[in-house]
Design a protein around this ligand. Structure first.
Ligand code: PLP
Length: 364
């Protein structure tokens, strides 16, 4: 029998979250962001739940190929565009849309031998200072693209650095509008945070939104609003089982470094899940976890293949009992991935993406 650790992806939750996001921007079309192997869930495992989107957005050509192999014939956007000349051949073959964010990509397009012009999303750096043309260079890039026979429709795009906090999107919106408002074409600006927090604003949601993390049931502004506040459900559950029980006496410690010492006699469950499965090693004593659907806490250091949980509360728990590291228990109780992430000093995004290859995933 394999180790009991496993992950489930929840097709219903994906559908629900997608519908929830659409509710915030009913006028916009929605690109489901499935980069990083669908935020760790597995492209094939989320496809059914997300096929109601208007398109998919991702980074890697091989992921784009997988989306086509799954039978998707609609839009697929490469969020960073191409990295080298020959990528454009596959782009043409797979009928992909491309982000164009630097001059070299326009050069490559100009050398591309194709009969079928491609749709491109021209990206402005409106203040995040990651990818994109400066506002000043944006118009000349548009003019260059517009003159190429290889280029079909040109859409305009930017990305928000602070849609998830109080600083908000206004400064970047203003830069974007100031340097693009007289250019034709569809617009794409909003990520999950922008859709949930500013969905009522047409200038934010525009023609195409690009949502990732919220579709998977994590709140993009967890410190301010949790997933339940936004009406999101976990699309991934990481579950395992208790594989050992130790009865500690007051003063005994548990795990590497002995960093947790029992204040009184207590039962400790040893769970088959560790950092080699993608559970964060940084998660300290007290990180929430469900045993048989009952909330308890981790104890001591997370090791490679195991972690320890407090069995004082879920009385009578023993070997074989279900442990939910995040997501939903089989009894339906939910432990949001964001709570675990917060305890470990990170965000839900990182935990999802870090799910280890050795953990078997199945879609339910
Ligand atoms: C990852 C990404 C998104 C999705 O962001 P979420 O916060 O997960 O919704 C949108 N746009 C671009 C350019 C991205 O790289």
């Amino acid at each position: 029998m394999p180790r009991p650790v496993h992950a489930l992806t929840h097709t219903d939750a994906l559908r629900h979250n997608l519908a929830r996001l659409r509710q915030s921007c009913p006028q916009s079309r929605l690109l489901a962001v499935v980069k990083a192997n669908a935020y760790g869930h597995g492209l094939a495992h989320v496809f059914d739940g997300l096929r109601g989107a208007d398109g998919f957005a991702l980074l890697d050509l091989n992921e784009a190929q997988s989306v086509r192999e799954l039978g998707w014939r609609g839009p697929v956007l490469l969020l960073e565009g191409v990295f080298e000349q020959r990528d454009l051949e596959l782009c043409s073959r797979l009928d992909l849309w491309n982000v164009v964010h630097h001059e070299g990509q326009i050069d490559m397009l100009s050398r591309h031998k194709t009969q079928v012009p491609q749709r491109v999303f021209l990206k402005m750096n409106s203040g995040m200072n990651r990818l994109g043309f400066t506002p000043q260079a944006f118009r000349s890039a548009w003019v260059r693209l517009n003159a190429l026979p290889q280029v079909d429709e040109i859409s305009l795009m930017t990305h928000f650095a602070r849609a998830d906090d109080a600083h908000g999107v206004d400064a970047q919106l203003q830069v974007f509008a100031q340097h693009s408002s007289d250019l034709p074409g569809e617009r794409s600006l909003a990520n999950s945070a922008a859709v949930l927090r500013h969905g009522e604003r047409d200038d934010v949601t525009a023609d195409w939104v690009r949502t990732g993390v919220a579709m998977y049931g994590s709140s993009p502004d967890h410190g301010l609003h949790d997933a339940a506040h936004w009406g999101l459900r976990p699309a991934m559950s990481l579950r395992s089982r208790v594989v050992g029980v130790q009865q500690l006496k007051a003063g005994d410690s548990v795990g590497y470094g002995g960093v947790f010492t029992a204040p009184q006699d207590m039962a400790v469950g040893i769970v088959a899940c560790g950092y080699a499965d993608g559970y964060p090693r940084q998660a300290p004593t007290g990180t929430p976890v469900l045993v048989n659907g009952v909330r308890t806490r981790t104890l001591g250091r997370v090791s490679m293949d195991m972690l320890c949980v407090d069995l004082s509360a879920p009385a009578a728990a023993g070997i074989g009992d279900e442990v939910t590291l995040w997501g939903s228990a089989s009894s339906g109780q939910v432990l949001c991935i964001d709570e675990v992430a917060q305890a470990a000093g990170t965000v839900g995004y990182e935990l999802m993406c870090a799910l280890a290859a050795r953990v078997p995933v199945s879609a339910v």
